[in-house]
Each structure stands twice: as structure tokens, then as C-alpha cells.
Design a protein around this ligand. Structure first.
Ligand SMILES: [Mg+2]
Length: 253
């Protein structure tokens, strides 16, 4: 069997913590690239554009262009376009999501829309929730960028996209289609974008129920690193079993 053609890295907890890079992450990534392996960064983050994520990595000394990044903000508009065509969308989300929706050719509107798209929005309001509800009651489809309940920061946790998605699901009684990990849409976008086959890919993540489950569901090789959210004891509790467990990204051979 051929070796892996691509390593797919989750970001927070794998490559960095907040604003601090994981030791030897940059060296490991360059070593893989020098061996001819494609490196892709895959994040459920929906608040930044691919360009902004690439700029953050560059600032940490990790060589990265927008084309190396798949985020839920990037995958969601592509998924909608492929499944349903160019659409009108009411977003509950930040500027990074709005920019990616517009770049994909969708129209942003407040009413009579085809879709309500919900991602993390640190300016979330009752008015946005009410407008989302109104659109869903008028026939708009409900799509979530991701359902991560919490957002890790350097010292604590903040409410994630999943908490806002849950608010709209509770109000409307409608469950969304979810694009981000561990769901299939973001993995399909990634495979298409780079022309990769699942068996060529190794998914490296710190969270069993998103990263590792996404890799398993897609049929990829999986590596859990212990620099982030999940601990070894979580494996049996969650029954989500990675193929390989490493202390850190730096231990990838
Ligand atoms: Mg992570």
C-alpha cells in the first residue's frame, strides 16, 4: 500500500493553542512537505476567511497560503452551491463567513432567503435569532457551519457555534444540516478541492468527537495528538478509536 499522500491537520490544539504555536509544529510540517506529502489545514472555525487563517499561521512561522486551508466558512458556501446552486442567505455569523458566502457567489439578505446559515457570531442577538426563525418558518433551509459547543481560548472556554445553532433549532423545531467535522460535507469539499482519495489521507486532530470521528467516517487514517482537547481515557468512554496516538504533532514520523 502506498504511504500517505496528504496529512490533514486540525489547527487549535494540534498546530497551536490560541496564539502560541506547538513546539516543532513548523519543522514537522516542512519535513512532511520535503518528503512530498501534501499538507492541508482543516478547521471548523467559521469566523475567519482562509486568507486570515493562512496569515495567522504565517505569523507563527508556518508556511501557508489560503489554498492550504479548508474551514467551515469556506466549505459551507461551496456545499450549498454544489447541492442547491447559488442562493440567497441570511447569515448569523461573523465577517469571515459573510465574505466567504459572497466570494462563492451567494447573495446576502434578511428576508425571503433560501438559507439561514449559522456559525459562531460574537455579536449574536435576539434580533438575529428572531430573523433566523422567521426565515425558517417561511421555508428557508437551516444550515450550520459546525456544532462545536465550546470554543477553546488560551485560558478558558467560550460558547461556540453549536450554542447558537441550538438556540435556532430549539426556536424553530428544525435540525440543521451540518457542514463541519465530524460531518461529511466538509470532508467531501476537502477531497474534491485537492483531488485526494480517502485512503491517501491521514487526519490529525486533538478532539475525538470532531476530528477523529470525521476521519473515521470518511475512511481516512487517523492520528490523535494529546496536545489539545481529548485525553487517552476519553477513547474508551466515547468509543472513538484513532489508529495512532501521539504526544504531539512533532512525533509524526
Ligand atoms: Mg482542535
Amino acid at each position: 500500500m502506498p504511504g500517505p499522500a496528504a496529512y490533514i491537520f486540525d489547527l487549535d490544539g494540534v498546530v497551536y493553542h490560541g496564539n502560541s504555536v506547538i513546539p516543532d509544529a513548523a519543522e514537522t510540517i516542512e519535513r512532511l512537505r520535503a518528503a512530498g506529502i501534501r499538507v492541508v489545514f482543516l478547521t471548523n472555525n467559521a469566523t475567519r476567511t482562509r486568507e486570515a487563517i493562512a496569515a495567522k499561521l504565517e505569523g507563527m512561522g508556518i508556511r501557508c497560503s489560503a489554498g492550504d486551508v479548508i474551514s467551515s466558512a469556506y466549505a459551507t458556501p461551496l456545499y450549498i452551491k454544489q447541492q442547491y446552486g447559488t442562493s440567497s442567505i441570511f447569515p448569523i455569523g461573523e465577517q469571515g463567513l459573510v465574505t466567504e458566502l459572497e466570494c462563492a457567489g451567494h447573495t446576502i439578505a434578511r428576508q425571503d432567503v433560501d438559507f439561514v446559515v449559522v456559525g459562531l457570531d460574537r455579536q449574536f442577538t435576539y434580533d438575529k435569532l428572531a430573523t433566523g426563525l422567521d426565515n425558517i418558518r417561511n421555508g428557508a433551509r437551516f444550515i450550520a457551519t459546525n456544532t462545536d459547543a465550546m470554543l477553546p481560548t488560551e485560558n478558558n472556554f467560550l460558547p461556540g457555534a453549536g450554542s447558537m445553532v441550538a438556540a435556532l433549532a430549539a426556536a424553530s423545531g428544525v435540525e440543521p444540516e451540518v457542514v463541519g467535522k465530524p460531518n461529511k460535507p466538509i470532508m467531501d469539499v476537502l477531497l474534491q478541492e485537492y483531488g485526494l482519495k480517502v485512503w491517501e489521507c491521514t487526519m490529525v486532530g486533538d478532539r475525538l468527537e470532531t476530528d477523529i470521528l470525521a476521519g473515521i467516517n470518511a475512511g481516512m487514517h487517523t492520528v490523535l495528538v494529546l496536545t489539545g482537547a481529548s485525553r487517552i481515557e476519553d477513547i474508551e468512554a466515547l468509543e472513538i478509536r484513532p489508529e495512532t496516538i501521539l504526544d504531539s504533532i512533532a512525533d509524526i514520523e
